[in-house]
Write a protein that binds this ligand. Structure first.
Ligand code: GLN
Length: 560
C-alpha cells in the first residue's frame, strides 16, 4: 500500500502578525532537512478569489509563482525556506476560490438537486483542495490564515478537524501559534491569552498537539507546564518562539527547542537528525557580516515594508553573497520630487522597485537621473525599469514627452505602452503579464560582456512577471541609438514579437533595469544573481565610508 501522507496544520491565535507564516515555513525547512518530501500551502479566509486585486498596503506583497498565480506573501516565505518544493496556484487558495468552485459546480448541476451547504459541501471542497495540493508530497504543512475565533476561518477549521478524524491521530498534527506577552509591571509572562485561544479551538473540536508560544524571552519549564495543564497537553509539547534578529534564525531556534524531533516522533516518521550546516553558515553571514552597504529604495510612502517583503529579503540574500549587511533606507519619492535630492546622497546605491500608479513617479525619475549622472549603482525593477527607460528617453534621447500609457493614456510619446493584445481589456483580475517567461540575454555589447550576462553567466533564463505595460518597440531603435543597451529580450514563439526584458547603460558602475521581478526567485541559500551583483556594485562603487549616514525617522524613512 502507498505510504500514508501526513499533514501538519498550523493555526494562529490571539493576534495576527506574530509569525505564523515564518513558523510554518521553519517547520517545512526542518522537515525537508530531515529528508522528508515536503509541500506547503496557505488557506486564506477572505472572499477575494486571489490577492491579485488587493492593495499591498492592506494585505502585504502579492507573491507571484511560475504559473502566474498571484498568491499570499507567505508563499514567499515557504519558497525561501523550503528549497525543493515547487509551488503552483494549488498551494494558495482562499474562501473565495472555494466558494467559486462550489457555486460553479452547483450551477452546472453537479449537486444533483441537493441543498448545497457549508458542511459538507464547502468543507469537502476545502479537503479536495488540500489533498490535490499535497498530491506529490509525503508531508504537507498547511497554514490556516487568520486568527482562531474569526467567523471567516470556521469552515477551514471544520475541514481540518474532519481530516484528523478521517486520517487518524498519527497522520495529522495540529500546531497552534499563540502570543505569550511579558508584562513588565508584573514581571512575568502571561499565559491567559494562550489559554483562551486554545479554549476557542477546543470548542470547535480541535485539540492542538503542539503549541508554539511567541514571546520575547524563552519560556521556562514551569511556564510550559502551566500552559500545558490549562491547554490539555503535556508541557513537553509547548515550545517557545523568541524574537530573533533574522527570520532565518527561527528554524535553528525551533530545532534547539526540539520541535522537529517531537513532530517526527508524533507522526511516526523515521528520519535522521537534520543537516543544518549550510543554513547555519548562511545565518552566520547575516549575523556577522564583514561590512555594510546602504541601499535607498525610492518608493511611494504607502508601499513600504510588507509590500516589499521579497525585495527586502532578496537584498538580505545579496548581502549574504557579498558578506555585507544591507541597510535599507526608505526614501519617499514625493520628497525627492519636491527637490530633496540630498536624501539620495547618503546611500551607496539606489533601487526603484515595482509599483502601480502615477503617484511619486516624477520623484522616482529624478532619483534615476541622479543615479545615472552621478554614477551611483542603480537597479530598477519592473516600474523601476520602465521609469529608467522614460528618464533615458527624456534626458538622453530628447524624446521630450516620453511617458507611460499608465500615466498618459493618450500620450504621443509613450515609450512604455500596453501590448497590443492588452488594449481594451477591462477585467482587473489576472489580466497582467503574469508568471514565468524566458529571457534571452545579450552576452556582449560594444565588445564588453553585458552586466546581465556577467551576473547570470548564461544566455537563457526564466523570471517571473507581474505587469501590464512594456517598453514600446516603436521607440527601441531611437533609444538604442543613444546608447541604451537592451540586454534581455523575450521572444514570443508564436508571432515572433519581442519584448524588452532588461536594459542597462554602458560606462556606468552598474545601471540595470529588468521588467520582471527577480526578488521572487531569490533564496537565502541561493541569492539571486542580479541582487548579488547589485549589492556588490554598492560595495565596490558606492561611496560607503565617505558618505555620512542618513538620518532616519522612527519608521526607517530617510529625512533631511
Ligand atoms: N505599473 C507597471 C505595469 O503595470 C509596473 C508594474 C510593476 O512594477 N509590477 O506595467
Amino acid at each position: 500500500m502507498a505510504k500514508q501522507r501526513k499533514f501538519i496544520f498550523v493555526t494562529g491565535g490571539v493576534l495576527s502578525s506574530i509569525g505564523k507564516g515564518i513558523s510554518a515555513a521553519s517547520i517545512g525547512m526542518l522537515m525537508e532537512a530531515r529528508g522528508i518530501k515536503v509541500t506547503m500551502m496557505k488557506m486564506d479566509p477572505y472572499l477575494n478569489v486571489d490577492p491579485g486585486t488587493m492593495s499591498p498596503f492592506q494585505h502585504g506583497e502579492v507573491f507571484v509563482l511560475d504559473d502566474g498565480a498571484e498568491t499570499d506573501l507567505d508563499l514567499g516565505h515557504y519558497s525561501r525556506f523550503v528549497q525543493s518544493a515547487h509551488f503552483t496556484r494549488k498551494n494558495s487558495f482562499t474562501t473565495g476560490r472555494i466558494y467559486d468552485a462550489v457555486i460553479r459546480r452547483e450551477r452546472a448541476g453537479g449537486y444533483l438537486g441537493k441543498t448545497v451547504q457549508v458542511i459538507p459541501h464547502i468543507t469537502d471542497e476545502i479537503k479536495r483542495h488540500i489533498n490535490e495540493a499535497a498530491a506529490d508530497a509525503d508531508l504537507a504543512i498547511v497554514e490556516v490564515g487568520g486568527t482562531v475565533g474569526d467567523i471567516e476561518s470556521l469552515p477551514f477549521l471544520e475541514a481540518i478537524r474532519q481530516m484528523k478524524v478521517e486520517l487518524g491521530q498519527e497522520n495529522v498534527l495540529f500546531v497552534h501559534l499563540t502570543l505569550v506577552p511579558y508584562i513588565a509591571a508584573a514581571g512575568e509572562l502571561k499565559t491567559k491569552p494562550t489559554q483562551h485561544s486554545v479554549k476557542e479551538l477546543r470548542e470547535i473540536g480541535i485539540q492542538p498537539d503542539m503549541l508554539l508560544c511567541r514571546s520575547d524571552r524563552k519560556l521556562d519549564k514551569d511556564t510550559k507546564d502551566k500552559i500545558g495543564l490549562f491547554c490539555n497537553l503535556s508541557g513537553s509539547h509547548v515550545f517557545s518562539v523568541i524574537d530573533v534578529s533574522s527570520i532565518y534564525e527561527v528554524p535553528l531556534y525551533l530545532h534547539e527547542e526540539g520541535l522537529d524531533e517531537k513532530i517526527v516522533e508524533k507522526l511516526g516518521i523515521w528520519t535522521s537528525s537534520p543537516d543544518l550546516s549550510r543554513w547555519k553558515e548562511m545565518v552566520k553571514h547575516i549575523r556577522e557580516p564583514q561590512g555594510e552597504v546602504s541601499i535607498g529604495i525610492v518608493g511611494k510612502h504607502t508601499d513600504w515594508r510588507d509590500s516589499y517583503k521579497s525585495l527586502s529579503e532578496a537584498l538580505v540574500h545579496g548581502g549574504v553573497a557579498n558578506d555585507v549587511r544591507v541597510n535599507v533606507v526608505y526614501i519617499d519619492a514625493e520628497d525627492v520630487e519636491k527637490g530633496q535630492i540630498d536624501l539620495l546622497k547618503s546611500v551607496d546605491a539606489i533601487l526603484v522597485p515595482g509599483g502601480f500608479g502615477e503617484r511619486g513617479v516624477e520623484g522616482k525619475i529624478k532619483a534615476i537621473e541622479y543615479a545615472r549622472t552621478e554614477g551611483v549603482p542603480y537597479f530598477g525593477i519592473c516600474l523601476g525599469m520602465q521609469l529608467a527607460v522614460i528618464e533615458f528617453a527624456r534626458n538622453v534621447a530628447k524624446i521630450k514627452n516620453a511617458s507611460s500609457a499608465e500615466f498618459q493614456p493618450n500620450g504621443t510619446e509613450n515609450v512604455i505602452d500596453l501590448m497590443e493584445s492588452q488594449k481594451g481589456v477591462k477585467d482587473m483580475g489576472g489580466t497582467m503579464r503574469l508568471g514565468a517567461y524566458t529571457c534571452n540575454i545579450l552576452s556582449k555589447s560594444g565588445g564588453k560582456p553585458t552586466r546581465a550576462f556577467m551576473a547570470y553567466g548564461k544566455e537563457v533564463i526564466s523570471e517571473r512577471h507581474r505587469h501590464r505595460f512594456e517598453v514600446a518597440n516603436a521607440f527601441r531603435e531611437r533609444l538604442e541609438a543613444k546608447g541604451l543597451i537592451v540586454s534581455g529580450k523575450h521572444r514570443n514563439a508564436e508571432d515572433g514579437t519581442e519584448l524588452v526584458e532588461m536594459v542597462e547603460l554602458p560606462n556606468h558602475p552598474w545601471f540595470l533595469g529588468c521588467q520582471f521581478h527577480p526578488e521572487f526567485l531569490s533564496r537565502p541559500l541561493a541569492p539571486h544573481p542580479l541582487f548579488a551583483a547589485f549589492v556588490k556594485a554598492a560595495k565596490v562603487a558606492g561611496r560607503g565610508a565617505q558618505r555620512a549616514l542618513p538620518n532616519l525617522n522612527e519608521k526607517g524613512k530617510a529625512v533631511l
